[in-house]
Structure formats: C-alpha cells, structure tokens
Design a protein around this ligand. Structure first.
Ligand code: HEC
Length: 290
C-alpha cells in the first residue's frame, strides 16, 4: 500500500469518526431549536385564544348580560368565543388545533376524547404542573401538543358550573341540567389543548443535518485534495526520484545524475546525505579499481 493511500485512509477514518461523534450533538441541538420554534407557535396561538376569552368577558359579557338572562347567548361565554374564533382561524391554518376539553363539559362538543382525558387526568394528578408536552397523532399527522390545565380559580365560575339551580334559567334551558355542573374551586376541570404539526419541524431538522454533513464533507474533500497535492509535491515526488536514483546506482549505473532536493526539511537533508553517500561509494569503488 502506497504512502498516499495510507495517508488518505487515515484521514478518511479520522473524518468519519469526527463526523460520527459530532452528528448526534448536532441533531440534538437542531431538534431542540425546532421544538422551541413549535413552542413559540403554541405560545402565540394560546395568547390569541386568551385574548379572545378576555375580550368576551370584558367587552361582550357586560353588554349582553341582561339579554342573556332572558335568552342565553353562548357568544357571551369566553370558552365558546375562543373555540369558535379558533375554528375560523383553522379556515386559514387547518393543521393547528385548539380545544378546551373538559371531563364533564357544559357543551358535549367539549368532552375530552380518550387521549385528551389521559392528559387531563395527568394534570389533575399533578396540580403543580404548569403544562404538559406530548406528541399526538391527529388526522394521521404527528403533532406537538401542549396541554395547559383549566383550573377554577374564581368563585364566579361556580354560578354556572356548580349546581343547575344556581345557574341562569336561560342557560339551563339551553344546555340542560345534566352536564357541566359539580365543578369545585381550585379543581382542574379540563385543559386547553393546543397542537401544531411536527412535519415542518422534522423537515427542518433533517435539512439542517443534511447541510451539516454536506458542508463538512465538502470542506473535508477540499482539504484532502490540498493535502494530497502538498504530500505529492513535498514528500512522494522527491522520495520517488531518490528511490529511482538509488535503484539505478545499486544496479551499477554510475551515469545517473544526482538529485538534490532544495530546502532545509528532512527530505532535503536525506537527499544531501544520499548524494554524499553515493560520492563516498564512488570514490571507494575507484580506489578499489586502482
Ligand atoms: C354565565 C354562565 C357561565 C359562567 C359564569 C362561566 N361559564 Fe363556563 N361555560 C358556560 C357555558 C354555557 C359553557 C358552554 C359554552 C359552549 O357552548 O361552548 C361554558 C363552557 C366552559 C368551558 C368549556 C368546557 C365546557 O364546559 O363546555 C370551560 C373550560 C369553562 N366554561 C370555564 C369557565 C370558567 C373558568 C369560568 C370562570 C372564570 C366560567 N366558565 C364561567 C357558562 C358559564
């Protein structure tokens, strides 16, 4: 095996080891960044929903309170307006999901499905948990899902959510007296569940990884070519010439020209030593011939 091949194999092995060692941390970093991006999308969606909720309770509810006591208007309920406006929002971005799911909801449409129920139970078991992150398959697509507990912190909520006789008659007339009652103060009755699709984030992770492997390979190849040129110029070519000269001399060819490699490096000093040795050999031979 030639010097050049050995050298190239060693460098390629070093490169592959280096790539192997750095690819996992790089994958972790780009995954973390992608998750942070998904979380910031969730934060924006949640802020949007909370703003609609607040607008409803501060602006709409007081305005329609009187009317609601005669004919109940779901439009005055923050949960209704937040979810309705999100449904409109999904007309633009159908891949995002928002739900205020409850174990015992006033509106049956808000009843938690199996996996939602599990998330709510988890939050109920850990009241200190501010949010829970999970990955759910919705519409055959993997989603990054964040669940925030819905806790009854305000006594005023219990007017409509404790017993049917405390709730406005107009509301009971519309929703019945079975669902959405019996909630307690400080109880986690449900959760805000927000989901954004994973595939865009996954795509960017693999793109980053491809870019990382691609650029480092190009840099490595350029360095490899450069090193090969230098290796050839400073080591292989002079050593080959010296080997040829040595070969010719050893075969008794005294006519071959001396090869002196200029400079002060090891190869140059080897070529000088070799020439000196050859001259000594020549004169020794001449002395013997006399
Ligand atoms: C005036 C009565 C009323 C009050 C007060 C009220 N709610 Fe509701 N709430 C409702 C009605 C009616 C619905 C069902 C709306 C719909 O059709 O989506 C509802 C729905 C909800 C839902 C969605 C799950 C479900 O039950 O369908 C949550 C969560 C909720 N309310 C939380 C609260 C909280 C928290 C408070 C106190 C800050 C509160 N509510 C105060 C009437 C009320």
């Amino acid at each position: 095996m030639g010097l050049r091949l050995k050298f190239n194999i060693i460098l390629a092995v070093c490169y592959l080891i280096g790539l192997g060692l750095s690819i996992y941390p790089f994958y972790q970093i780009s995954r973390r960044e992608a998750m942070e991006q998904l979380q910031s999308q969730i934060d924006v969606l949640r802020a949007q929903a909370l703003s609609v909720r607040r607008y409803t309770s501060e602006e709409i509810q007081p305005l329609l309170a009187e009317h609601s006591s005669i004919q109940f208007l779901p439009q005055t309920v923050p949960s209704f307006s937040a979810q309705t406006s999100f449904r409109n929002f999904r007309g633009f971005y159908p891949q995002f999901f928002y739900k205020e799911a409850a174990l015992n909801p006033t509106n049956p449409a808000d009843l938690a499905r199996d996996w939602e129920r599990e998330l709510i139970e988890k939050l109920r078991a850990n009241p200190d948990l501010a949010k829970d992150i999970s990955f759910q398959t919705i519409d055959n697509r993997s989603h990054y899902t964040v669940t925030y507990p819905l806790v009854i912190k305000d006594e005023s909520c219990l007017t409509c959510h404790s017993t049917p006789d405390r709730a406005p008659t107009s509301m009971v007339a519309l929703y019945g007296n079975k669902n959405g009652f019996g909630w307690k103060l400080n109880e986690t009755i449900g959760a805000q569940i927000i989901s954004v699709p994973m595939d865009i984030a996954e795509g960017s992770i693999w793109r980053n990884l491809g870019l990382f492997v691609g650029t480092s390979s190009v840099i490595f190849l350029v360095l490899l070519v450069l090193l090969n040129v230098l290796l050839n110029r400073y080591v292989i070519s002079p050593v080959t010439r010296m080997a040829k000269t040595a070969e010719a001399v050893s075969m008794g060819d005294a006519t071959i020209a001396e090869f002196e490699y200029p400079g002060s490096d090891e190869i140059a000093s080897l070529s000088r030593s070799f020439n000196r040795m050859r001259r000594s050999l020549d004169s020794a031979l001449k002395m013997l011939e006399k």
